[in-house]
Design a protein around this ligand. Structure first.
Ligand code: MN
Length: 431
């Protein structure tokens, strides 16, 4: 892990956390009521869902607003964190922000989707989103959000505070009473800092974010600094504890080298299904594309890439897995690699035929400009089982993301021909 800069953060984390007590109490009371079919009285505060990569803004906004409803408005309210219990580990900056708030074991202390796989119909208060996700049913009683207003839930939401600013946490902070517990102010503040890059001018921070942050600062300021002068809203980015906190959060956010291959593969993952009409029996196969922000040499050497990929493929029932890495090489140059593994457990897929089409499709694509990686030779090092194939490429076009790769994969698999965006006019198919 990269060197921590925690010691530079000049405010001291709270010792005893009243927020933690509220969270664990409300979680167990909600689960107990749900058990007895008595959950209707609850308002569930729901942040947005971003796969396994929940962001700090949703997390902080949901916790803070649920605390407000419960402790100030005296209504039964609980935040539902929209990730699985095992997914907290995927975001080191979230773990850090939660630890500053006194939450050291979020997987057991917070209510997650693992605790309630089938969510009952309740009242919902939405934060950091303004449309109730389709897997939930119930009444939306309020919305605080910083995304484009979709104009929904107008008949039931008594509060609809939607405003385009850098962080939803700023809007939540503005709607709380002036004196909130220090740890709650800290949690909201970390989300605002990470979303606005420390309130840097010219970034995502708006006047609304700066105003909300300025109000929180006195609650966070180190008590040792007797002569601490609250900053002006336009000078927040120059306050030393804020720049240190921003650096700490972004270092943790970008350093993923501590994650296992398994976690890296599932962290930012999309899955597709294609029918191979050109193959005998026309099998339908599943294809996964994982975007991994860590170079293969960090986590995939000595057969680890093959081992972790095959484990993930078995878990998801995949025939093809593409691992798309994105990282900074020496001298800070942005690079991308693409590893592709093909295997078949159904006996219905002609792996050599599929592999040769795949390699031809990738190698013939001028947009990716892919070249075989000389250090990762999957088919020669003995880590792939029989009836499998694999290759690793260096993508010379480091700007081509999964948005480029996914349509190419579709074209290769469904049409069985390589496409080349630059060489061919739209609609033409090179045979
Ligand atoms: Mn947000």
């Amino acid at each position: 892990m990269a060197k921590s800069v925690a010691h530079q953060v000049a405010f001291s984390p709270p010792t005893a956390s009243a927020i933690l007590k509220y969270l664990t109490d409300s979680k167990s009371a909600f689960l107990k009521d749900k058990e007895g079919g008595d959950e209707k009285k609850w308002t569930v505060v729901l942040g947005n869902e971003a796969g396994a990569g929940l962001d700090l803004d949703s997390l902080a906004s949901a916790i803070a607003y649920a605390w407000f409803l419960s402790q100030v408005e005296k209504k039964p309210a609980v935040p539902l964190i929209q990730i699985g219990r095992e997914d907290f580990n995927l975001r080191a900056e979230n773990l850090y922000a939660l630890s500053l708030t006194g939450i050291h074991d979020p997987a057991s202390e917070l209510l997650t989707t693992s605790d309630v796989p089938q969510f009952p119909s309740t009242d919902f208060f939405l934060v950091d989103q303004n449309r109730l996700p389709p897997q939930f049913s119930g009444t939306v009683v309020g919305i605080i959000d910083h995304h484009q207003d979709e104009g929904l839930h107008k008949d039931t939401a008594k509060i609809r505070q939607i405003s385009l600013c850098g962080s939803c946490a700023s809007l939540v902070a503005s709607s709380l009473p002036a004196q909130v517990p220090q740890e709650l102010a800290t949690l909201l503040f970390t989300a605002m800092v990470i979303d606005t890059n420390g309130f840097k001018p010219g970034g995502k921070a708006t006047a609304e974010d700066r105003e909300a942050a300025t109000k929180l600062v006195p609650l966070l300021a180190p008590s040792s600094l007797d002569d601490f002068e609250p900053p002006m809203p336009d000078a927040l980015h120059e306050v030393s504890f804020i720049t240190a906190l921003n650096k700490e959060l972004s270092t943790r956010k970008s350093d993923l080298s501590y994650l296992s291959g398994w976690d890296l593969l599932r962290r930012d993952y999309k899955e597709y299904s294609f029918t191979l009409r050109w193959m005998e029996g026309e099998p339908t196969i599943k294809v996964g594309l994982a975007t991994v922000p860590v170079a293969l040499k960090v986590w995939g050497k000595k057969g680890k890439l093959e081992q972790e990929s095959l484990k993930w493929m078995k878990h998801r029932g995949l025939t093809v897995l593409g691992v798309l890495t994105t990282f900074k090489g020496k001298k800070g140059v942005h690079k991308r690699q693409m590893a592709v593994i093909i295997t078949d457990e159904t006996g219905k897929v002609d792996v050599p035929a599929l592999a040769s089409k795949f390699w031809a499709g990738i190698e013939g694509n001028t947009e990716l400009d892919a070249r075989i990686h000389k250090k990762f030779k999957l088919e020669r090092n003995g880590h792939l089982p029989a009836n499998s194939a694999g290759k690793v490429y260096k993508q010379r076009n480091a700007t081509a993301t999964r948005k480029t790769v996914a349509p190419l994969v579709k074209a290769i698999l469904e049409e069985g021909v390589p496409i080349s965006k630059e060489a061919d006019p739209p609609g033409s198919v090179k045979l």
